[in-house]
Design a protein around this ligand. Structure first.
Ligand code: SAH
Ligand code: SF4
Ligand code: F3S
Length: 433
């Protein structure tokens, strides 16, 4: 039987989809990339904001219509929405055959077999705060970059965030498991790894903390670049910053979500740092790595946010001058603390504030990218550019998409590109000999 997975949400879900594929393939199921061929369609879902959920519900309704012509088709939901809503999903859409939560992926092959034999809705969403999926080394379809999960879950309980409720308690994978998976990727020709966790800075296995893990990963042959997401400002230590600066494979980019530029709001968010601490970390990063790219996440219109408090976020973004930012309007999530705060901000105001941040950041990003003109970037070539098949594209160490004339033989290679032009969020140039 053939299956397909449609993935939403963060890179953790991307990695989970690869892991699910491996679990399924080990049980004899075959991955397909054509939904027309699939006997099983799975949606790996995200709950972080309401619009993320709404979008998936829409997609599911579209795909279950295929059951009209294909009576045997099995449709399932996994991931964070599966965890959050459980069997309620079957009430939302009765054509859904199974719902499997984030800690129960090992059960998927049996659950599907069970449905195949006896058409009945099945759900399994019990949490297991220890499940870490040891010894599943994903067979990757993408042979350029590997996403390696180093920890699962989150203990931070930021008051707006659903993740700790749907992903359970924080646990780190053993150092051996992590290094083996990176080695395995390297042996298969992959040269770039991205280490994943909701808060990778708090990785801890016995006495191995995150900087120590990075130092060990840096030794692995074949791997040329190491990236990681996400960092939490409260746990970004000097040791980590120094490790980034001193170990050659660790790329000059950090994603450091700030969320807000106002201390009272940060407190209401339970972020456990101040603006001063955050700026101190930025200064330290730039002191040791002057050209480091810094990206962030911000939320506009958190409950109780006054216009002045919002403007503190605006000013912080002006001050830090991020290379790029993911900006969101606050979305209340049932079950989180902030959803119960009585001082919710009007949708209209949240949207206006969001737009103001987007306008500011677009301008900053464009300026920052223009400043790159004339520089030489080391680019890891990923494939043809989306717009023009004679142009090839890849990322620089500081995570900027870079486009240049090239051909298929360059894919998977590192080239030096001289930047001649900045177009929106991409750099353009030519390979220099
Ligand atoms: N673990 C990561 C990312 C978690 S989700 C971290 O701690 O940074 C990614 C981003 O979604 C968050 O950084 C936050 O900016 C945003 N987000 C989370 N919950 C949200 C909500 N309820 N409304 C709007 N944005 C939210
Ligand atoms: Fe959510 Fe905060 Fe955990 Fe990130 S650190 S996943 S924002 S609770
Ligand atoms: Fe979404 Fe779950 Fe990731 S809620 S952001 S897919 S951990």
């Amino acid at each position: 039987m053939k299956f397909i997975i449609e993935t939403y949400g963060c890179q953790m879900n991307v990695a989970d989809s690869e892991m699910i594929s491996t679990i399924m393939e080990n049980s004899g199921y075959e991955l397909t990339d054509s939904v027309d061929d699939a006997d099983i369609i799975m949606f790996n879902t995200c709950s972080v904001r309401q619009n993320a959920e709404d979008r998936v519900i829409g997609r599911i309704s579209n795909e279950v219509a295929r059951k009209f012509n294909n009576k045997q088709l099995i449709v399932g939901v996994v991931g964070c929405m599966a965890q959050r809503l459980g069997k309620e999903l079957n009430e939302i859409n009765s054509k859904i055959d199974f719902v499997v939560g984030v800690d129960n992926y090992f059960q998927l092959p049996q659950i599907i077999e069970q449905i195949y034999n006896k058409r009945d809705f099945v759900y399994s969403v019990e949490m297991n705060h220890q499940e870490i999926y040891n010894e599943v080394y994903p067979v990757r379809k993408n042979n350029l970059n590997a996403f390696v999960t180093i920890m699962r879950g989150c203990n931070n309980f930021c008051t707006y965030c659903i993740v700790p409720y749907v992903r359970g308690r924080e646990r780190s994978r053993s150092i051996d498991e992590v290094l083996n998976e990176i080695r395995f990727a390297g042996e298969n020709g992959i040269q770039e790894v991205t280490l994943l966790g909701q808060n990778v800075n708090s990785y801890l296995w016995k006495d191995i903390n995150f900087p120590k893990l990075l130092q060990q990963a840096n030794k692995i042959d074949n791997i040329k670049r190491i990236r990681f997401v996400t960092s939490h400002p409260k746990d970004l230590s000097d040791e980590l910053i120094e490790t980034m600066a001193n170990y050659d494979k660790i790329c000059e980019h950090i994603h450091l979500p700030v969320q807000s530029g106002n201390n009272e709001i940060l407190k209401m968010m339970n972020r456990n740092y101040t603006v001063e601490h955050y700026l101190n970390r930025i200064n330290k990063l730039r002191e040791l790595m002057p050209d480091i790219a810094i990206t962030t996440d911000v939320i506009a219109g958190f409950p109780g946010e006054s216009n002045e408090q919002f403007m503190d976020t605006y000013k912080l973004m002006e001050e830090v001058r991020y290379d790029f930012a993911f900006m969101f309007k606050y979305s209340p999530r049932t079950g989180t603390k902030a959803a119960d705060y009585s001082n919710q901000i009007d949708e209209e105001i949240r949207l206006q504030r969001l737009q103001k941040l987007i306008d500011l950041q677009t301008e900053i990003t464009h300026e920052k990218y223009k400043n790159q003109i004339g520089q030489i970037k080391e680019v890891y070539v990923e494939g043809p550019s989306k717009k023009d098949i004679n142009e090839y594209s890849g990322k620089s160490r500081d995570f900027k998409i870079t486009i240049f004339p090239g051909d298929e033989s360059l894919v998977g290679k590192f080239v030096d590109v001289k930047v001649e032009e900045a177009a929106g969020w991409t750099l353009k140039g030519h390979i220099i000999k």
